[in-house]
Design a protein around this ligand. Structure first.
Ligand code: IPE
Ligand code: IPE
Ligand code: MG
Length: 256
């Protein structure tokens, strides 16, 4: 694929768009610190960016967007930050759900939700139920999510099936294992974006991202804008995805 397929307005041809984008929205704290504001102000500013990027995914007819909102390790942060993040999730769900529903966004949550307050869990359930039949973008919000948790919970379910005689160990292969991890109903992530300048996965979708293209931006999440997201899409359109094959094989099959 080459940049010639990107028109003058910078729009990426539909056939070169990722089906599934995953984002580690990092840098809210540093954004706030630079402005001598409390970290919470950075998280609030981050919600605005998330809203815009969701809209851009809807406009581009991207099938799925998975955003990392709170990792299983983020409980280690100061109690005050954790509780203000919980309040922010609650208020953001309240304020955003109507517009998401109007945009035909189907909202799902991935992660161990049992750790959240009943109030938040109820809001999460309501949001999923309300948007369940929407046919536009699937927005997956990863909260209390960790890739190791995901793989471990898949192992537990498989072990239980073996214990109860529903499954034999020789039936385990990558494909069947995959059916037990989060997001298995979607295409595997095509494009991973991390803002904030760090080049690490931080325990995000470690099973699912085996062949994902990795894109890192130095922009802090509240500063990540339409142009920045477009730049990532253009970069993605220029990748040759080989999945173990040679470049020549891919070019011959017409997907190079
Ligand atoms: C990402 O921004 C948001 C969450 C982890 C909830 P950070 O809060 O990690 O921002 P930095 O990395 O400290 O700047
Ligand atoms: C990853 O960011 C998690 C989220 C964006 C929710 P962190 O800021 O927690 O990652 P580390 O600790 O710098 O690796
Ligand atoms: Mg961070």
């Amino acid at each position: 694929m080459s940049v010639t397929s990107i028109d003058r307005a910078g729009t990426v041809a539909t056939n070169e768009l990722p089906h599934h984008v995953v984002i580690v929205m990092d840098g809210n704290g540093r954004w706030a610190k630079k402005r001598l504001l409390p970290r919470t102000a950075g998280h609030h500013a981050g919600v605005k960016t998330t809203r815009k990027i969701v809209e851009q995914c809807v406009e581009n007819k991207i099938r799925a967007l998975t955003i990392f909102a709170f990792s299983s390790e983020n409980w280690k942060r100061p109690e005050q930050e954790v509780s203000s993040l919980m309040e922010l999730f609650m208020s953001a769900l309240q304020t955003e759900v109507k517009s998401l529903h109007e945009q035909q966004v189907r909202v799902r949550f991935v992660g161990d939700l049992s750790a959240f307050s009943h109030r938040l869990q109820d809001k999460i359930t309501q949001t999923m139920m309300l948007t369940e039949n929407n046919t536009g973008l699937q927005l997956n919000i990863a909260v209390n999510y960790g890739g190791r948790w995901d793989i471990t919970q898949a192992c537990k379910i498989i072990a239980e099936k073996i214990e109860s005689g529903k499954l034999r160990s020789d039936q385990i292969d990558a494909q069947m294992f995959n059916e037990h991890v989060c997001l298995s109903e979607l295409p595997e992530p095509d494009l991973f974006i991390r803002t904030g300048g760090e080049q690490r996965i931080s325990n995000f979708l470690i099973w699912q991202m085996a062949y994902t293209e990795l894109y890192f931006s130095d922009l802090l999440w509240p500063d990540f804008d339409r142009q920045a997201f477009n730049d990532a899409l253009v970069w993605f359109a220029g990748r040759q995805r080989r999945f173990g094959k040679t470049g020549e094989q891919i070019e011959q099959s017409g997907h190079g």
